[in-house]
Design a protein around this ligand. Structure first.
Ligand code: MLT
Ligand code: ZN
Length: 472
């Protein structure tokens, strides 16, 4: 990329619309987990869709690779440029307007650079709920949520990002605009192009805005930490709660004892809410829409009866909003606590929920055979059949032993998940990290179709090159 070309790109966005000093570029060169380091001469920060179109037109004409980035909180290196410095980064952070807020039709149109927490707050300001809920919601951006089809902790009730969107505005690699923001719930007019861009990790176009679905905001929550004997007891409890609540369970997160111990060790002032230790825990939440205190008391009584009948070992119901937040912090602190404990090997698998207990047993046996020193920290979204089946090292120098087994552990877990016809990447995507796994485990016809789509939409191969499919 020569200096004249960089100048032309700078001109499109104006004086405040780019970074090119090394200290400003630095945060865009490393992914969230520190697995990848890239290089770039320029981070462009367009202010509106017209600027994105002009950037894409120019880059397409000259074959310059473009790497879109949101909050840079992804797990698979999808937003990190290549190391050769040949690609520019397109940060969406200045495109953060809420273009429209319409509680009556239950929609909100927001630009891709809106921070997720701001989208949630905009919905709350008109007494509605935007339900996507992630540990990184204070920094991740809507465009990244769409590009990775984000999941999180309310999928059970509301679905993944794909389910929370009615329409998209997308700038195609050649600068054309696909404007499909109409807030229609029904629109059977041919192929659903919208779904191509969701989860495409910026490899097919640049999402610049989205029409998001809003929901009724619960007046309160029934939030509980429940101790259970094993994952099978958790699966049975979930089934009963779903029936009783009319499928209103929004969160059902499984945590093993070791996860709670790591949180208590590394994330002060959090402590164990129970008086004694149990093998497994569930964080569950149900939104309650009735405001009448008597109705609320009756609902609580019924839910507690379900918990009792399912015979969990112990239950703590959040007595107020502060306690609810503490329960949530415990769950959301697990990744940070595991990071502070030392090295870990992460997985993001899914199977049908009822199969998770057997999967956990079999995968644990495999890991114990390969690396007896590994400590299994299997936590996550049991209600969605999605677990972060992670393995921590024994600590200290012995952590290196675990790392020596990392490739074998991952192969064994992913082979097992393939035998279950499950997914080796349930919610974190492919990026650079799982490209080889995609080729190994995904149906070859599906991979061929993905390649065809990529070639059709991005013949110049400028959109986030090297992500998802290396050879496209
Ligand atoms: C979570 O559920 O906490 C994240 O998706 C998993 C992680 O941070 O590893
Ligand atoms: Zn997760």
């Amino acid at each position: 990329m020569n200096c004249a070309m960089l100048d032309r790109l700078r001109e499109i966005v104006g004086a405040h619309g780019y970074y090119d000093r090394q200290e400003d570029l630095e945060p865009f060169l490393i992914d969230h987990r520190g697995l990848y380091r890239g290089a770039t001469p320029l981070v462009l920060r367009p202010d509106d869709t017209a600027q994105v179109r002009a950037i894409m037109r120019l880059c397409n004409e000259h074959g310059i690779g473009v790497v879109p980035v949101g909050g840079n909180t992804g797990y698979c290196g999808a937003a990190t440029p290549s190391a050769d410095g040949s690609q520019i980064v397109l940060s969406m952070s200045r495109m953060r307007r809420i273009r429209s807020l319409d509680p009556q039709n239950g929609i909100l149109i927001a630009e891709a650079g809106c921070v997720l927490a701001d989208v949630q707050a905009a919905a709350a300001s008109v007494d509605r709920l935007f339900p996507l809920s992630l540990g990184s919601e204070g920094s991740c951006q809507l465009g990244g949520n769409l590009s990775t089809n984000a999941g999180g902790t309310a999928v059970l009730r509301y679905g993944m990002m794909r389910d929370l969107v009615l329409g998209l505005e997308v700038v195609l690699p050649d600068g054309r605009l696909l404007e499909e923001l109409a807030p229609l719930r029904k629109n059977n007019t041919g192929y659903d192009l919208r779904d191509l861009f969701i989860g495409a990790e910026g490899t097919l176009g640049v999402i610049t805005a989205a029409t998001c679905k809003l929901y009724a905001r619960p007046a309160g929550h029934f939030t509980a930490l429940v101790a259970v004997a094993d994952p099978q007891a958790a699966v049975e409890l979930l089934s009963k709660l779903r029936s009783t609540s009319g499928d209103a369970v929004s969160t059902f997160e499984l945590m093993p004892r070791i996860a709670l111990e790591l949180v208590c060790r590394h994330i002060p002032p959090l402590t164990d809410p129970f008086a004694q230790a149990y093998p497994w825990y569930v964080l569950l939440e149900i939104g309650i829409h009735w405001r009448d205190p008597e109705v609320r008391a009756a609902i609580d009584t019924e839910l507690l009866a379900v918990l009792d009948a399912a015979a969990p070992l112990d239950t703590v119901v959040a007595a107020n909003e502060t306690q609810r937040e503490i329960f949530w912090r415990i769950r959301e602190s697990i990744p940070a606590a595991q990071r502070r404990e030392g090295v870990s090997i992460k997985h993001d698998i899914s199977v049908p929920t009822s199969e998770l207990p057997r999967f956990i047993t079999e995968a644990s046996e495999r890991i114990t055979r390969i690396a007896p020193e590994g400590r299994i920290v299997a936590y996550g979204h049991l209600g969605d059949g999605n677990l972060h089946f992670n393995v921590s090292g024994p600590g200290g120098n012995a952590d290196d032993d675990l790392l020596r087994h990392a490739a074998d552990i991952q192969r064994s877990v992913h082979d097992l998940i393939a035998a279950y016809a499950g997914s080796f990447s349930a919610e974190h995507g492919i990026g650079q990290l799982k490209r080889d796994e995609l080729l190994r485990y995904k149906n070859p016809v599906a991979v061929e179709l993905m390649r065809s789509l990529k070639r059709t939409l991005d013949p110049g191969r400028i959109m986030n090159p090297g992500k998802i499919l290396q050879d496209c």
